[in-house]
Write a protein that binds this ligand. Structure first.
Ligand SMILES: Nc1ncnc2c1ncn2[C@@H]1O[C@H](COP(=O)(O)OP(=O)(O)OP(=O)(O)O)[C@@H](O)[C@H]1O
Ligand SMILES: [Mg+2]
Length: 582
């Protein structure tokens, strides 16, 4: 039979509980030597009132309290040896779970909840050496029993024990990966993706804002690299097969179309909005005439309509004359749509947003959306499925939130309209989320509309099998609603106080102290808290095999070299072309 992990002898006792609160306790450690051997984050076993159970606590604070009488004695210089008052060493513990020696036929069972709090005078013991390794192993095996276990690296307090994470729980109720720039978020994401890619029918989309995950070094089976079409990709045929994504204007719903095209400060905005919706509806209806969709479509149905026809109609209305009582007079919309039409024309001819407005016939076909969704949400690893990394690096930043929000909305809608038993779960990994899932009272219409999709997914995604992984260097700038729905936090070093506070506020109360470490973590070290880990733990994230292109530039070393390799002329040409590709 397996041995109990935590069997202590009386002489191993380090102290006793002096005060208990619902999630924390204070213990006095009478022996100075034993006190000096303790560390912050050390695990302590406390006897539980339930037989065969040990409460596991983590040291979050240590202090030596000098009794007032001692100070007084020192000041008065009275030496009264008969009445020595010892200084009391105190440690504060946060309860993290309990270990039951036996449960049914199982031995050494770790539970995250504490069923009975310790009594005053309960004995405390250190968990170290062999006991620590065994405890960690025991915690890990729970996760390691999964078919393909997920792990980010090793525990900081015991570098021999692998820190497993529960892959189901991590995605079930959203996760956030945060940390200052260069702290190792992208590496952590790569480590995660590397393991996701091994699963047979993994389904995830990674929004890659800087093209960090989109080059040769980030290739393997199970990862498909896609990019939003740049100005010089627009003429390419069979774009989807080549991994080039268009995001046609006809996917925009009415609200998105308004946000993109309407200038609300224009006094004619209501007229313009009304005519736009009317003309779009007419155009959509003319496309589906005679098909099964005819009586079923709404203004928001994604039907490939002809925007040029809409523009022409709007022009007609803008210049229309009608017969009045005293000869010809201006029509009801005459001159009221001029500015709107100009805006629309500008957008349609703007090469930067060509991926939306410069469509070839292919992208106007009725079944294009099916192909698009197959590419975006396909799961077969060998058929362009698995993890889809979408490179948004050439999308203009002013409409980035709208475009990403649109892609997210389409994925969510597909899940929503799928039969429950056939739904396949999908995760959306949002790198640099503060750029498009913003917390800002005065955001413009375009950002607000993109944000809406993410708020919706954060609140309802769980039910439809859509998971969010928010990745950001500025958690305080990420939308609060979205962040507060995240139940798992992987926090790398966070130096900014505001960011630290944002994260601290979201952690359960009794874990507040753990977050005090955030500024002191090394590169690649993370504090992982949430339902996916049994113990809130400090983990050293392992270097991933596939690496994102995010190297920190070695200024001094590069400057010390003979020559520069930068090609200024090409860069300037790219600025003019507004595109990096050939
Ligand atoms: N776990 C790790 N092991 C070893 N090196 C690491 C680890 N994590 C990060 N690094 C180093 O730090 C560099 C920056 O890491 P990374 O690109 O992940 O930062 P980031 O947090 O994503 O920054 P940003 O917010 O600017 O995107 C990496 O290029 C790598 O050299
Ligand atoms: Mg990064």
């Amino acid at each position: 039979m397996e041995k109990m992990i935590l069997n202590y002898k009386e002489e191993e006792l380090i102290g006793k509980i002096a005060s208990v609160d619902t999630g924390t306790a204070i213990a006095f450690i009478p022996d100075d030597k034993k006190m000096s051997e303790l560390q912050i984050n050390q695990l302590i076993a406390v006897n539980s009132p339930r037989a065969g159970t040990h409460i596991i606590g983590m040291v979050v604070k240590m202090s030596r309290r000098l009794d007032e009488t001692i100070l007084q004695n020192d000041i008065d210089d009275k030496k009264n040896d008969d009445n020595v008052v010892l200084p009391s060493n105190a440690i504060k513990l946060v309860f993290v779970g309990e270990l039951r020696d036996k449960e049914g036929i199982k031995v050494n069972v770790f539970k995250r909840n504490v069923t009975a709090l310790p009594n005053i005078q309960s004995s405390c013991f250190r968990i170290d050496g062999d006991k620590l390794t065994k405890l960690m192993e025991c915690i890990s095996t729970i996760a390691a029993n999964a078919v393909t276990p997920l792990s980010l690296g090793k525990y900081f307090i015991d570098e021999n024990s692998t820190a497993y994470i529960d892959g189901d729980k991590l995605f079930q109720r959203h996760a956030a990966i945060v940390g200052s720039t260069g702290s190792g978020k992208s590496y952590c994401v790569a480590k995660l993706i590397e393991q996701m890619a091994e699963l047979k029918s993994v389904n995830a989309v990674l929004f890659d804002i800087h093209g960090e995950y989109s080059d040769e070094s980030f290739k393997r089976d199970g990862i498909t690299q896609l990019k939003i079409a740049a100005p010089n990709d627009l003429e390419t045929a069979n774009k989807l097969d080549k991994g080039i994504l268009m995001v046609p204007y006809w996917l925009l719903n009415y609200e998105e179309m308004q946000a993109l095209l309407l200038d609300r400060s224009d006094s004619n905005a209501p007229n313009q909005a009304m005519q736009l919706s009317k003309q779009i509806m007419t155009a959509k209806k003319s496309i589906v005439k005679g098909t099964e969709y005819e009586s079923k479509i709404t203004l928001d149905s994604p039907i490939a309509y002809d925007l040029n026809a809409v523009l022409q109609e709007l022009h007609k209305l803008d210049t229309a004359k009608e017969q009045g009582a005293r000869g010809e007079k201006a029509g009801p919309f005459n001159g009221k749509l001029t500015r709107f039409n100009q805006r629309l024309e500008n957008k349609m001819s703007d090469k930067r947003v060509g991926f939306m407005f410069s469509l070839t016939n292919e992208e106007q076909e009725l079944d294009w959306l099916q192909k698009f969704c197959r590419q975006l949400m396909g799961t077969s690893k060998f058929n362009n499925g698995g993890i889809k990394v979408i490179d948004f690096s050439e999308v203009p930043s002013d409409i980035l939130p709208l475009v990403i929000g649109l892609v997210a909305r389409i994925i969510f809608s597909v899940q929503q309209w799928s039969a429950k038993e056939k739904r396949h779960p999908i995760a959306l990994l949002c790198d640099e989320a503060h750029l498009y899932v913003e917390q800002n009272e005065s955001i413009d219409a375009v950002s607000a509309i993109g944000l809406k999709s993410f708020e919706r997914i954060a609140k309802e995604g769980r039910k439809y099998g859509v998971s969010l992984v928010i990745i950001s260097q500025r958690p305080c700038e990420v939308n609060k609603t979205v962040l507060s729905q995240c139940n798992n936090f992987i926090s790398l070093r966070l130096t900014n106080v505001e960011d630290q506070n944002t994260i601290k506020r979201l952690l359960p109360d009794n874990l507040g102290n753990i977050a005090d470490n955030l500024a002191l973590l090394d590169i690649g070290e993370a504090i992982v808290v949430g339902d996916a880990t049994l113990l809130p733990s400090r983990i050293k994230v392992e270097e991933p095999k596939i690496k994102p292109q995010s190297n920190t530039v070695q200024f001094w070393q590069v400057w010390g070299k003979n020559d520069s390799t930068q090609d200024l002329d090409t860069a300037v040409e790219n600025i003019i072309k507004q595109s990096k590709s050939e």
